[in-house]
Design a protein around this ligand. Sequence first.
Ligand code: ADP
Ligand code: GLC
Length: 486
Amino acid sequence: MRVLQVSAELYPLLKTGGLADVAGALPGALDQAGADVRLLLPGFPALRESLVKECAVAPLALPWGEGRAALLRGQLAGLGDATVYLLDAPGLFERPGNPYADEAGVPYADNHRRFALLGLAAARLAEGIDASWLPQLVHAHDWHAALACAHLAASRARLRSRARSVYTVHNLAYQGLFPAPLFCELGLPPDQYAMDGLEFYGQVSFMKAGLHFADAITTVSPSYAREIQTPEQGCGLDGLLRHRAGDLHGILNGVDYAVWSPAHDRSIAQAYSLDRPEGKADCKAALQRDCGLAVKPDALLFGVVSRLTEQKGLPLVLQALPDLLDAGGQLVVLGSGDARLDQAFAEAAARHPGQVARRTGMDEGLAHRIYAGSDVVLVPSRFEPCGLTQLYGLSYGTLPLVHRVGGLADTVVDCTVEDLAAGLATGFVFDAFTVETYRRALRRAFVLWSRPEDWAGVRRTAMQQHFGWDDAARRYVEVYRGVLCG
Ligand code: ADP
Ligand code: GLC
């Protein structure tokens, strides 16, 4: 089956979070599962500069009139021989900052146009704009690509395409909402601005374009698939999601073990593995040294690698920091985003030199060194669709401490006495999202740390976990088959 993957990010070239990791790994796994996969992305500078074997496919008419855009085809240097389509529209995509916002973090005022074009280009491909390859299915990721599903529905209604669509929600909290008058710039039929369409409380919702028009919807863990059908976690869309429950699938993300494995990770101080875990101690000492922490093998070292946002529950880490430090623990935080959270961690690092370290910005190498060098990775998210950092923690034998929610609940087993005894425990899980329950999970981590043999056992179980993309790819192929046969 011919499948077009549409996303705004792609590891390793352009990444703000887990979406990039998924977009980077899923195509290869789908290929292994027998699908013929191509990618469509906006021509952001990091991608545009890497395009090789480039050829022009066709110009694209812009629904709002002025400006020019074209569709290019090629491959991305260093990323194998996958065929990639890029939107060449320098006026829209060649900007500093991240894909969505300027250097000050302010979303671009024309984001509706930038991402409308992404969806439009997907539909044009499904209509046959590239005579050499016609997708049977368009798989759109997150709101940035969601208009593909609305455009495809319109193309099918006009008998211009027979392609089907699958929409993956990576995070329901980011919806792509825009003022209603901008709808006329999206190139969609006017009747799609309706409650049974893109209208959402008087605004245009790109998210709804996916949720309403896709033939199937997936999200990135079974628990999150259930949670988003509740008013508490449905972000106002739970009714629609309940209505579409029969077409909604929770498919857990995988780990690309070619990238996230301590046995052959070139960024870390010393390789190690399940059978030869000794190198982890060297990674810890190197991390402590590099981050200005006291080099103490017996200090329990907690790591955070995270976007600094409300979602990630980091205020709990700050509120319970005295507990962590009084018990002799250390903390290293790598994060970027919210200025107040960043400031709070900077102040903590200044107040507790040698015990707290904070680094800002996106630093892929340091992220690897933190997963390898820490003993515990903290992921106390308020909500978490899947979460990859706890999965990377497991792979590196760095026990995740997580809130029992979303994909975190699906992937980490708490160190209760019974699961310890059964050899199932892989980390520390707290239930209610309160500082008290988080504190208790911290205490469990310190108690386990005081029993080195038990710690080593749990670490072994953690490293034995396998969350391969092969399983996820098989599930996606089943969903694709269902949609194509339906
Ligand atoms: P989300 O997509 O919500 O941010 P995930 O856990 O799915 O959360 O994915 C986060 C990804 O981003 C992981 O690959 C993590 O290592 C990476 N990451 C987050 N913050 C940083 C940072 N400051 N530097 C490097 N990598 C980061
Ligand atoms: C989103 C979610 C995260 C998930 C990632 C990849 O950014 O916040 O939980 O792991 O997408 O699917």
